[in-house]
Write a protein that binds this ligand. Structure first.
Ligand code: 13P
Length: 251
C-alpha cells in the first residue's frame, strides 16, 4: 500500500563534481528499482545532482532549509531557492542539526510548513537519545517530536510527509536498532499520527528507519510492517552498498 522510500543522506560529503560522477555511477545500478530512490546532497551539489539525475529514477533532496521566505538571514537557503533548482525533497530536523545547530521541535515545525508551502516534500527526522531510551521514555519523546512537528499541518499535507525514525544512538555508531526496536518505534510514530489525523492518513505516511542501516542489515529492517524505507548516511556514499539497500527494498 505504501511505496518504500530509500533515501541517502550524504551529510557534508562529496563536492559537486564528485556528486556528478557518483550519480552517473549509481543510476544504472538502481534503474528499474521498485522503490523511490532519493539522494539528499549538500546545497553546493544540488545543481550538479539535479542535472546528473535527469532522465533517471533518482530524486534529489536537500538536507536543510530556512523557514523564512527571504530576507536578512546570512548563509541561509529558502524553500523557493531549492524548488527553483529542481529539488523535490528536503530533510528537516536531523538530529545532527538539533544537536549542533540548535534546531528545536518548534523550528522543525516552521521548516515543515515552509517546505510544504513551496511544494517540497519533507523528510522529517525524529528519534530518542540513548539516555532517553535507557529512561524508557522513547515513546513520549517520539510523540512530543511528532505532535509539535505536525502542528498546523493539514491532513492532506500530512499524507505527503515522510518521517524518518532515527534513534540518535544508532547514527554513525555502527549500532543498529534491532528490527523489532525499529518496528516498535515506527509503530509509535504511526499511532501518534493516527491520533492526530485518523488511521487512513497514518496508513499513508511513509516512515523510514535510519541509523547504521547498511547492505547487510537492510533487508531485515525493511521486512518489518511499520518500516517503509530507510534514511541512510554512511552506506549511501558507496554506490555498490546503496544499490544493495535499494534492491533489498524490493524483497
Ligand atoms: P548512518 O547511516 O551513517 O548511521 O547515518 C544515519 C543518518 O543519520 C541518516 O540521516
Amino acid at each position: 500500500m505504501r511505496k518504500t522510500v530509500i533515501a541517502g543522506n550524504w551529510k557534508m560529503n562529496k563536492t559537486a563534481s564528485e556528486a556528478d560522477s557518483f550519480l552517473k555511477e549509481l543510476a544504472p545500478l538502481v534503474k528499474g528499482a521498485k522503490c523511490t530512490v532519493i539522494a539528499c546532497v549538500p546545497f553546493t551539489d544540488l545543481t550538479a545532482a539535479v542535472k546528473a539525475a535527469k532522465r533517471t529514477n533518482i530524486k534529489i533532496g536537500a538536507q536543510n532549509l530556512h523557514f523564512e521566505k527571504s530576507g536578512a538571514f546570512t548563509g541561509e537557503i529558502s524553500a523557493d531557492m531549492l524548488v527553483n533548482l529542481g529539488v523535490e525533497y528536503v530533510i528537516i530536523g536531523h538530529s545532527e542539526r538539533r544537536q549542533y545547530f540548535n534546531e528545536t521541535d518548534e523550528t522543525v515545525n516552521l521548516k515543515i510548513k515552509a517546505a510544504l508551502a513551496a511544494g517540497l516534500k519533507p523528510i522529517v527526522c525524529v528519534g530518542e537519545l540513548l539516555s532517553e531510551r535507557e529512561d524508557d521514555i522513547t515513546a513520549e519523546v517520539l510523540r512530543r517530536q511528532i505532535k509539535i512537528a505536525f502542528k498546523g499541518v493539514s491532513a492532506d499535507e500530512a499524507k505527503g510527509i515522510i518521517v524518518a525514525y532515527e534513534p540518535v544512538w544508532a547514527i554513525g555508531t555502527g549500532k543498529t536498532a534491532t528490527s523489532e526496536q525499529a518496528d516498535e518505534a515506527c509503530g509509535v510514530i504511526r499511532s501518534c499520527i493516527a491520533s492526530l489525523y485518523g488511521k487512513a492518513v497514518a496508513n499513508k505516511v511513509v516512515i523510514q528507519y535510519g541509523g547504521s542501516m547498511n547492505a547487510k542489515n537492510a533487508e531485515e529492517l525493511l521486512s518489518k510492517p511499520n518500516v517503509d524505507g530507510g534514511l541512510i548516511g554512511g552506506a549511501s556514499l558507496k554506490s555498490a552498498d546503496f544499490s544493495i539497500i535499494v534492491a533489498a527494498a524490493a524483497k
